[in-house]
Design a protein around this ligand. Structure first.
Ligand SMILES: *Cc1c(COP(=O)(O)O)cnc(C)c1O
Length: 223
């Protein structure tokens, strides 16, 4: 389903000038992306490497592609030439590969580190201690081709808004701990949290990047 202009404008209005919108276009056809592109939107998020590569080849080069899924180390090379922001990095091994592929492509790739804030065991991400360890490792690793922009996280899938709010509040407080990092590999400013069902809570707890799919495009129909 194509995004409608009223919904798009309403969301932009709710977000205000300081919160970025990533339109999550996974499973959506190219023509739905184009409709939003024609409203002036440029940031799109995809979860699957092959789908992202195919779409990037058939769409305008000025789109900023966000990879928001779980990225396997052996697939980094396919998106390294063009990806704008890899959200959801949760291991040193993956970061090392991103740095290597970025170097091959003569560019710097922006990443967010993914924190595990939900109670579900299935979601990827680091806990607080692992995050600290990874940040220490990055500072001594001597990478030159990545830039760590901040954190991303997903709340528990639940109707209990109090739980979601607590998880986002925790993520924001951890984000704030690292704001003062003074290191060339860090440009700590992005906190990616909030999706169609919980972005309003995310906004109220300090998000500055939301990832919205179904609210913009309609429910994903899996074929
Ligand atoms: C699918 C997805 C979204 C968007 O979900 P909606 O509920 O459709 O807005 C956001 N973030 C991630 C990581 C996703 O996988």
């Amino acid at each position: 389903m194509a995004a409608n202009k009223e919904t798009y404008d309403r969301i932009l209005n709710e977000l205000g000038a300081n919160v970025e919108l990533v339109a999550v276009s996974k499973i959506q056809p190219v023509k739905s992306i184009l409709a939003l592109y024609n409203f002036g939107h440029r940031d799109f998020g995809e979860n699957y490497v092959q789908e992202l590569v195919d779409k990037s080849e058939s769409l305008s080069k000025d789109i900023r592609w966000h990879f928001i899924g779980h990225l396997q180390t052996n697939k980094v090379k396919y998106i390294a030439p063009f990806v704008h922001l890899i959200q959801g990095v949760d291991s040193f091994k993956l970061l090392k590969e991103i740095n290597k592929q970025a170097e091959k492509n003569n560019r710097v790739i922006n990443v967010l580190l993914q924190l595990h804030i939900a109670t579900e065991a299935t979601k990827f991400g680091l806990d607080k201690e692992e995050l600290q360890l990874l940040i220490d490792q990055i500072q001594t690793a001597g990478f030159n081709n990545i830039r760590v922009m901040g954190l991303m996280g997903m709340a528990t899938f639940t109707d209990d808004l109090e739980i979601v709010k607590n998880e986002f509040t925790m993520l924001k407080s951890i984000f704030d701990i690292y704001v003062k990092i003074d290191h060339p590999l860090f440009n700590w400013k992005t906190l990616s949290m909030g999706m169609s069902d919980d972005y309003k809570i995310a906004l109220s707890t300090g998000s500055n990047m939301v990832r919205i799919g179904s609210l913009l495009f309609g429910r994903r129909i899996m074929t």
